[in-house]
Design a protein around this ligand. Structure first.
Ligand code: FES
Ligand code: FES
Length: 167
């Protein structure tokens, strides 16, 4: 049902086709959390500073508090709930677990989506490149050293998997 105030928004999210009719002013973060019920994506500052709301939209990390849901109609979205596959936790999730990359966990969903996108762009980043790549993500617990270690761990794990697949 679309009218002047409402829009139908359909996306493929974590591999599943979902849709909802929402107010035209609905932000993507609220569409995901309140209308699709995927609350793994967090909502923090609402001013595009903290990065906890980052999701992947058509392969690009995006702060979902900066985008209207209507603007991503028809897109493919991945949230933290979609990181794990049939084989279990993804390398970035394992890295955060192995290296204690989280404390309270509030920043973790956005941090992991942003880190995964960083590794897609740059599979073997230096420490400086990791810190630069995650500069849009704030961790209020200031656990940055272990987050960098976690991303390094995931980079090595991804590399291992790529080498295993090609040998
Ligand atoms: S809630 Fe989106 S950047 Fe902070
Ligand atoms: S682990 Fe608490 S905000 Fe990052």
């Amino acid at each position: 049902m679309s009218d002047n105030m409402h829009v139908d928004v359909g996306v493929t999210i974590n591999g599943e086709a979902r849709s909802a009719t929402v107010e035209a002013r609905t932000l993507l973060v609220h569409y995901i959390r309140d209308h699709l019920g995927l609350t793994g994506t967090h909502w923090g500052c609402d001013t595009s500073n903290c990065g906890v709301c980052v999701v992947s939209v058509d392969g690009q990390p995006m702060k979902s508090c900066t985008v209207l849901a209507a603007m991503v109609d028809g897109s493919e979205i991945t949230t933290v709930e979609g990181l794990a596959g049939e084989e279990g936790l993804s390398p970035i999730q394992q890295g955060f677990m192995e290296c204690h990359g989280l404390q309270c966990g509030f920043c973790t969903p956005g941090m992991m989506i942003a880190a995964d996108a960083l590794l897609d762009r740059n599979p073997n980043p230096s420490e400086e490149e990791i810190r630069d790549g995650l500069s849009g993500q704030l961790c209020r617990c200031t656990g940055y050293d272990n987050i960098v270690k976690a991303v390094n761990w995931a980079a090595a794990k991804r590399q291992e998997a790529t080498e295993g697949a090609s040998s």
